[in-house]
Design a binder for this molecule. Structure first.
Ligand SMILES: NC(=O)c1ccc[n+]([C@@H]2O[C@H](COP(=O)([O-])OP(=O)(O)OC[C@H]3O[C@@H](n4cnc5c(N)ncnc54)[C@H](OP(=O)(O)O)[C@@H]3O)[C@@H](O)[C@H]2O)c1
Length: 419
């Protein structure tokens, strides 16, 4: 059916590419392009003989629009799947605009250098106007709406698990279970154990930035900001057990607040163990989470990037991680004049993921929806000119695809609610 150009070849891309290769009647050609081409070549070699898809590789620096445009013109893909880092979202969108190719990603834009004065001025204005201080927000990518529309191409933003599947769960709940949704609590539980004292289960820089930032939630039309980890709850997760979870700011709150009409409150909670939190606080206190350059032995280094070189590569956690993830959403609202609450969730087993694609469940639960979102656009099911979040489209074909491609979901019509 079509040719996909995947940019990035890390933990998430590794899974998405293997799922595209399994789905070779849709993805007939796959070009894997990244900064370190040896990783792309290794994945290509691993897939040899296991798929009918034709696989090629290329080297690209996705910070350069010119390099990306040259690559897209050479490869001529039907669609670009961006699984590099959020830092590259805008350059890749620019390249898609210049070449007239559809764009898909799994995380919204965040600048690499948060001390850049031009970005900082816009950021500080946004903090004041909107009331949340996260470094990432959708304004940068939503600003491409008119240009994508005029170019007649689609940008599908945020097709991972959260954002992604959680947002599709929201659209599905609204379509089939509610006349009005009043509250959404997104619960992200990783009950996995990798045996290290400290490691992050996806890109450490992105993960630690997210977790050490202020929390926030949406209530009655505005943002309420909290100190990092200020709001804690306990919850018993199906197939995992009881865990502590903490309220974080998360990107899908912003798009769901815009796209779910009448929603009164949206919160996001993630589970963390005490050891993870103690390590993180210590790293933060000594300055290791800083994102600005500091001088070391006559050379500039960015502490959080240096830290990344010390921590286990998330891609290496697969063989050692046991246990399950349980990620989903609790919805409350009204159906046929009566109050109702449901929970939609998926449980994913780290070791089962490893058996299938040699990856832990965090990359798996992101990589599978990245493939599915790309398939939705490629098949024309979710294709219209402009920039869209996943909840803008009909959730049904995506929900079906989750069941088929390894992330089956459950609807609990009598869930325990969170105060
Ligand atoms: N929505 C969700 O549920 C969810 C969950 C987890 C992650 N994510 C997102 O998924 C994306 C990938 O995460 P990950 O854990 O797979 O990260 P990762 O393992 O660090 O992989 C990132 C990949 O991007 C490549 N890359 C980085 N900068 C590049 C550049 N300038 N040009 C070309 N390639 C570049 C890296 O190449 P090198 O090997 O050369 O460094 C690497 O292959 C991130 O945007 C992350 O935020 C989304």
């Amino acid at each position: 059916m079509g040719k996909v150009l995947v940019i990035g070849c890390g933990g998430v891309a590794g899974v998405a590419i293997q799922k595209c290769a399994q789905n070779d009647s849709v993805f007939t050609e796959i070009c894997i392009a990244s900064r370190t081409v040896s990783k792309c070549d290794a994945l290509k070699a691993k897939l040899e003989g296991k798929t009918k898809a034709v696989i090629t590789t290329a080297k690209v620096n996705a910070d350069s629009v010119d390099e990306l445009v040259a690559l897209i013109n050479e490869v001529k893909p039907d669609i670009v799947l961006n699984l590099a880092l959020p830092y590259q979202d805008l350059t890749i969108m620019d390249a898609c605009l210049a070449t007239g190719v559809d764009y898909v990603d799994s995380a919204n834009y965040e600048p690499e250098d948060t001390e850049n004065p031009v970005w900082r001025a816009i950021y500080e204005k946004r903090c004041k106007e909107k009331g949340f201080t996260a470094y990432f927000d959708y304004s940068w990518q939503w600003a491409y709406q008119d240009r994508f529309k005029e170019a007649g191409i689609t940008a599908l933003l945020g097709t991972g698990f959260d954002p992604g599947v959680t947002s599709v769960f929201s659209a599905y709940a609204l379509k089939h279970y509610f006349d009005e949704i009043h509250t959404i609590d997104i619960l992200d539980c990783n009950g996995g154990d990798h045996g290290y004292p400290f490691a992050t289960n996806f890109n450490p820089e992105i993960n630690l930035r997210e977790v050490s930032a202020n929390g926030s939630y949406w209530e009655n039309g505005h943002w309420v900001e909290t100190k990092p980890m200020e709001i804690k709850r306990e919850y018993v997760f199906e197939q995992v057990g009881q865990k502590d979870m903490y309220l974080l700011h998360h990107e899908e709150i912003e798009s769901l607040a815009k796209n779910i009409p009448g929603v009164k409150r949206i919160r996001f909670f993630m589970t963390f163990g005490q050891s993870y939190l103690t390590h993180m606080k210590c790293l933060e206190n000594v300055g290791m989470l800083r994102t600005d350059p500091v001088m070391f032995n006559g050379q500039e280094i960015v502490p959080i990037q240096f830290l990344r070189t010390l921590l286990p590569d998330p891609a290496s956690l697969g063989p050692r991680t046991v246990g399950k993830t349980n990620i989903g959403c609790i919805f409350t609202g009204i159906k046929d004049g009566k109050e109702r609450s449901i929970k939609i969730y998926n449980v994913c087993d780290h070791q089962e993921c490893y058996k299938e694609v040699e990856s832990q469940a965090i990359s798996y639960t992101t990589g599978v929806p990245a493939m599915i979102g790309t398939m939705m656009v490629l098949k024309g099911l979710w294709k219209k000119p402009g920039v869209f979040n996943v909840e803008d489209f009909d959730p049904d074909p995506y929900m079906e695809a989750l069941n088929r491609w390894g992330l089956p979901w459950v609807v609990d019509e009598n869930p325990v609610l969170i105060d």
